[in-house]
Design a protein around this ligand. Sequence first.
Ligand SMILES: O=P(O)(O)OC[C@H]1O[C@H](OP(=O)(O)OP(=O)(O)O)[C@H](O)[C@@H]1O
Ligand SMILES: O=c1cc[nH]c(=O)[nH]1
Ligand SMILES: [Mg+2]
Length: 209
Amino acid sequence: MNGVTVIKHPLVQHKLTIMRCKETSTGSFRRLLREISTLLCYEVTRDLELTMKTIETPLETIESPVLEGKKLVFASILRAGNGLLEGMLDLVPSARVSHVGVYRDHETLKPVEYYFKAPEDIAERLVIVVDPMLATGNSSIAAVDKLKERGAKNLRFLCLLAAPEGIENFRAAHPDVPVYTASIDSHLNEKGYIVPGLGDAGDRMYGTK
Ligand SMILES: O=P(O)(O)OC[C@H]1O[C@H](OP(=O)(O)OP(=O)(O)O)[C@H](O)[C@@H]1O
Ligand SMILES: O=c1cc[nH]c(=O)[nH]1
Ligand SMILES: [Mg+2]
């Protein structure tokens, strides 16, 4: 699918299978999400540009690679996005963070926005938007709308599971934003849940159901 990368790394797929199991506890689910997020972060950043910097090792002066230009913003779609955020910050501790509070109304499946915070210089940074679930796409489309309104120009969207319907809607709304996911599942059910999916990611992370 154009503009969509499926991350097939065996460790990602193995951990995802455990997360899907309904017997997996809240604690295990949270730990696996954190572990998987570092692997997903590795893939979503694998083509970042490098530039050479002069440094001194204890033995000699060398040219050595560092990330080029202004760095990253990780934009977490609350609540469940925070499950991916923590592991990504383990890998890139200097990244700036944006929080986008959006939940979807259970009846209408429309996004309800309740919070927004982003760094001032977001226009100069690569923004990686994170949320474990891309279902209808309504929440992620709204979050990216908001980030673009604030000036973001260079964005990627990273999730764990995506429904084909959500990918189509998201790509139609934001064709300039590539999508990275560990799986494209079968379909959405009548309540807008991803099938086979893993249930409600936020509830499974925080034990709220
Ligand atoms: O693509 P969509 O149809 O919009 O659905 C996906 C959204 O639903 C979930 O959040 P939820 O609304 O459950 O909020 P939460 O993270 O606070 O649990 C999920 O984390 C996404 O943000
Ligand atoms: O399957 C789904 C759909 C939306 N949000 C979730 O957390 N899970
Ligand atoms: Mg959410």
